[in-house]
Design a protein around this ligand. Structure first.
Ligand code: ADP
Ligand code: MG
Length: 261
């Protein structure tokens, strides 16, 4: 059994409209998965539902993490177990620096893992890990001392997002990529982070509209997502085929056969 197992997941908005219509997906440690789909197909809705965002209601199906049913757990409880979502449109947190944000997040996870007892990371250990990650990811001291996402450029946001991944060490990272505004530099940062962090202790689910990101990070599995459903699955070649032929080939019959002449 994979670490993250999604079974027949249905997700509705607050007005009751169903956006995700039965998704089955398994993501394990060491694996890179890409979900690719057109705008408005429900990719972000799926990501938010996986993290437990209260605006997205799971109306049917299950999310299993390490064999445990986490479908009804809150976002914080899922994060404590090692699920991480990099938000597509992250909010600024005025007054909280990147460094203090990371330390609080680490301490919240440590507290939960030690049964609710405070177990703060020793400052020297935190400093050492942070400096090492900042070095690898080329995050400047100046950036780390700024308020989270406050006036960050796209590239800076991505750097800090990947820094979070490196410091929080989630077991499954979900990255919902913006469809616009990410320059090549930012794509490289994300891809470099994913490539270096996915391994024995981490798996990743990359959600993307464009094939571009996948020029820098080769997924092991590609899932084509349309109108709330996975309509085709394959290896990295599927992403290349999508880039060449577009999503139309999957649109009508939904079976993903469609080798149009
Ligand atoms: P994608 O990420 O694939 O572009 P989304 O999941 O963002 O797709 O959106 C799917 C559909 O759900 C869209 O029609 C969008 O307008 C709607 N939707 C998603 N989230 C909300 C929300 N919080 N409130 C209202 N509509 C939403
Ligand atoms: Mg989206």
């Amino acid at each position: 059994m994979a670490l993250l197992e999604i079974k027949n997941l249905h997700v509705a908005l607050e007005d009751g409209s169903e956006i995700v219509k039965g998704v089955d997906l398994a993501v394990d440690l060491g694996e890179k998965h890409a979900i690719m789909g057109p705008n408005g197909s429900g990719k972000s809705t799926l990501a938010y539902a996986l993290m437990g965002h209260p605006a997205y209601t799971i109306t049917n199906g299950q999310i299993l993490f390490g064999g445990e049913d986490v479908t009804k757990l809150g976002a914080d409880e899922r994060a404590q177990r090692g699920l991480f979502l990099a938000f597509q449109h992250p909010h600024a947190i005025p007054g909280v620096t990147v460094t203090s944000f990371l330390r609080s997040a680490i301490n919240a996870i440590r507290k939960a893992r030690s049964g609710g007892e405070d177990d703060p990371i020793p400052i020297p250990e935190f400093r050492k890990e942070l400096e090492s990650a900042m070095g690898t990811l080329k995050v400047s001291r100046e950036l780390a001392s700024r308020y989270v996402n406050d006036g960050f450029s796209g590239g800076e946001r991505k750097r800090v997002e990947v820094l979070q991944l490196a410091m929080l060490k989630p077991r499954i990272a979900i990255l919902d990529e913006t469809d616009t505004g990410l320059d090549i530099d930012a794509l490289r940062i994300v891809a470099g982070g994913v490539n270096s962090l996915v391994g024995a202790d981490m798996g990743a689910l990359l959600i993307t509209h464009y094939q571009r990101l996948l020029n820098y990070v080769e997924p092991d599995f590609v899932h084509v997502f349309m109108q709330g459903r996975i309509v085709a699955e394959g290896g990295p070649e599927l992403a290349k085929q999508l880039e060449a032929e577009g999503y139309e080939m999957f649109s009508s019959n939904g079976a993903g056969g469609g080798e149009a002449a």
